[in-house]
Design a protein around this ligand. Structure first.
Ligand code: GDP
Ligand code: MG
Length: 441
């Protein structure tokens, strides 16, 4: 696939903005990549349509091709879809003992994942965990959990023959409260396919346990079936999250995307093997890379974009060193700050700016103020921006009105510009030119 793609990219070597044709050509290959990764057709189609609208007309970064740029846009959109809200890997396990209900089809990896998760909660989060198997259908199922428990040093509820799942769940709850456990995990029985009896049983257990988390464990290699299973369990039981197992296999992870797109439920963890520590927090970035299989292109584009930004900054530094610091420069600075999330970080990176940066921080610069300042500069004419000293009362009034601000706000902006430009001049003229030295560094 990568070869096929690079062929497409070679043909797309024009510079400038992404044309509709560029985008379409590249997306045709991306669509194939998604389907090969087992993303379901309607999900892939929807996704491509969204990216197409977003990508068309975007500027192409110098030194990469339009096709490469599209792949990066696709990658970022994939990450956004996979992520959803909330912290991946986070579980609601306050108010002990917090019940976690594990559900899914037989063979999906419920019992293994229950133990893996218990180990993680014990070792990483310092929780006291009790595990209970409610699988009265399969003869060896309860012993399986008990054995895993002793391997990882996590307690399991003693086995009492002849109980039904609801009775076991109640006993687990009592034992967890009396024993001072933080969490108790209920590993339910599965069926080979969804049936009424299974769902009714899980419903009853849910009503007894009122779980804080209901985790669906599903085989990530089963693609569309995994999504249907999730949909069914969510409709009947209500799930709070998903663990995709067998992500160590050959599958490209497309089930993750379909799962997110169709159910909207967070994928919390992925299973990466049979061993007890083969459970990892779900990382959208990694799965996106795997689905596309184009990680090299993504990092290439990131690199190119960084270079461009560095070049821009250097050009501005050069102008500033010569004492040329007009309103256009200030605007660029303000926009950078907005992007970088604060003035302090930006100024902190420039030598000799530490003190000013603190003043600026104390003055309470936030996004809103930055945006207002940019709006004021936008209301200036080209001439005014190049030479702000020509601003007298009537021009000021016009600019303030044009940007919905007061003349006093504009005066503050002009004062800041004056101070900054004085500082730049001083730095530029200083011994050997501090700015020049900084640029060499
Ligand atoms: P359950 O029926 O849902 O409880 O499934 P089990 O937990 O008994 O798992 C069924 C089989 O899948 C076992 O052989 C597990 O070792 C294996 N398994 C579970 N999770 C993973 C995983 O993430 N990767 C791999 N390769 N195997 C797994
Ligand atoms: Mg099991």
């Amino acid at each position: 696939l990568s070869e096929r793609l690079s062929g497409v990219f070679d043909r797309l070597t024009k510079q400038g903005a992404l044309s509709e044709d560029d985008v379409k050509t590249a997306l045709r290959e991306v669509r194939v990549a998604l389907l090969e990764a087992d993303v379901s057709l309607p999900v892939a189609r929807d996704f491509i349509k969204r990216v197409q609208d977003e990508a068309t007309g975007q500027a192409v970064t110098k030194s990469i091709t339009p096709g490469q740029q599209v792949v990066k846009i696709v990658h970022d959109a994939l990450v956004a879809t996979l992520k959803g809200e909330g912290e991946p890997g986070a579980l609601k396990i306050d108010s002990p003992p917090a019940p976690i209900l594990m559900v899914g089809l037989q063979g999906g990896g419920k019992t293994t994942t229950t133990a893996k998760l218990a180990k993680r909660l014990t070792e990483r989060d310092g929780k006291r965990v009790l595990m209970a198997s409610l699988d009265v259908n399969r003869p060896a199922a309860m012993e399986q959990l008990a054995i895993l428990g002793s391997q990882i040093g996590v307690d399991t509820l003693p086995i009492v023959k002849g109980e039904n799942p609801v009775q076991i769940a109640k006993r687990a709850k009592t034992q967890a409260s009396m024993g001072g456990y933080d969490v108790y995990m209920l590993d339910t029985a599965g069926r080979l396919s969804i049936d009424e009896e299974l769902m009714t049983q899980v419903e009853q257990v849910r009503d007894v346990a009122t779980p804080r988390e209901t985790i669906l464990v599903v085989d990530g290699l089963t693609g569309q079936d995994a999504v249907n299973t999730a949909q069914n369990f969510d409709d009947r039981i209500g799930i709070s999250g998903v663990v995709l197992t067998r992500m160590d296999g050959d599958g490209r992870g497309g089930a993750a995307l379909s799962m997110r797109a169709v159910t909207g439920k967070p994928i919390k963890f992925v299973g990466l093997g049979e061993k007890m520590d083969a459970l990892e927090t779900f990382e959208p970035d990694r799965i996106a890379g795997r689905i596309l299989g184009m990680g090299d292109i993504v990092s290439l584009v990131e690199k190119a974009q960084e270079t461009i930004e560095a070049e821009q900054a250097e050009r501005m530094m050069k102008r500033m060193a010569k004492g040329q610091f007009n309103m256009n420069d200030l605007r660029m600075q303000l926009e950078q700050m907005l992007k970088m999330g604060g003035m302090e970080g930006m100024m902190g990176m420039m030598p000799g700016m530490g003190k000013l940066s603190k003043q600026v921080a104390d003055a309470g610069f936030d996004d809103k103020i930055l945006k207002q300042q940019i709006a004021m500069i936008q209301s200036m004419t080209k001439k005014e921006r190049a030479a702000p000293q020509i601003l007298q009362a009537s021009r000021k009034k016009r600019i303030a009105r044009g940007s919905g601000m007061e003349v006093s706000d504009l005066n503050k902006l002009l004062k800041m510009h004056r101070q900054m430009s004085d500082m730049m001049k001083k730095l530029g003229k200083g011994k050997g030119g501090m700015m020049k030295q900084a640029m060499k560094a």
